[in-house]
Design a binder for this molecule. Structure first.
Ligand SMILES: [Zn+2]
Length: 257
């Protein structure tokens, strides 16, 4: 078995303090690849550092809408420099979040556009975060037809997913899928074309049916994989192989022997 956690914050507490233990436990569950997204310049640099020290870890760099303040004067230049220097696998996590308090829709859109432009220039895929802003997100993504990525931690229904799929994006399923009562997302997991599904934990933040919020680890992607396998009637090893191949394709990662 060969699972890929396509979204885990190994830069953050408590995972960062016990990185070797976290990776060991993940490996013992068959999780062999880790995508670590940044959410500001510092975490993006840290993600790149982790990736250059360990071939199982891959980095994404970006500025997350939750890290914007009214004083943020976004410039893509430091991210562009970091991308040139460290060759991250993706731009992310980036997006829109209207569930935040006191957000500015105009500022979020401007910062997102700047980073989608960077992704286009660097020919990199994107990792997208979105809460309560799916329609404005779709409008902005349509301005960048050459940029593809993954809508991470998807929790919505099939109709919404269809709109992102038609633009070429992948759908990232996480701990939400393990909850029997999560009807909408489980319905979506049944209809997404097999070649567009990624698995993730968003560790340590998003929990699952059996793991509390803030306590998840990349090893928990096994439970997500099991839920998907059960839903689709696939074998567990087959589910792992398919979803891992999807991640390697989206993030343009070289196959290791
Ligand atoms: Zn995240």
């Amino acid at each position: 078995m060969k699972l890929f956690d396509t979204h885990c914050h190994l830069t953050d507490s408590p995972l960062a303090q016990d990185l070797d233990g976290v990776l060991q436990r993940a490996l013992s569950f068959g999780v062999e690849n880790f995508m670590v997204p940044g959410y500001d310049l510092i975490s993006s640099r840290t993600a790149c550092r982790l990736a250059s020290a360990n071939p199982l870890i891959h980095a994404a760099i970006g500025l997350h809408p939750a890290w914007l303040t009214p004083a943020t004067n976004f410039s893509p230049e430091p991210f562009r420099q970091l991308a040139r220097l460290r060759a991250p696998a993706a731009i992310g996590e980036i997006g829109l979040d209207y569930a935040l308090n006191d957000y500015s829709a105009a500022q979020q859109a401007e910062v997102l556009r700047g980073q989608l432009e960077l992704a286009a220039i660097m020919s990199l895929p994107v990792i997208i975060h979105c809460r309560r802003a799916f329609e404005p997100l779709l409008l902005i993504l349509r301005e960048f037809p050459g940029v593809f990525g993954v809508l991470h931690a998807y929790g919505g229904g099939p109709q919404l997913a269809e709109k992102f799929l038609s633009l070429g994006h992948y759908i990232g399923f996480g701990g939400g899928l393990t909850r029997p009562q999560a009807r909408k997302v489980r319905e979506t997991a049944l209809m997404v074309p097999v070649e567009r599904i990624l698995l993730e934990t968003d560790a340590p933040y998003i929990g699952s049916h059996s793991v509390a919020k803030g306590e998840s680890e990349p090893q928990d992607v096994l439970a997500v994989s099991q839920s998907l396998a059960d839903l689709r009637g696939w074998g567990l090893a087959e589910t792992a192989a398919l979803t891992t191949a999807n991640a390697f394709r989206l993030f343009n990662l070289p196959e290791r022997i």
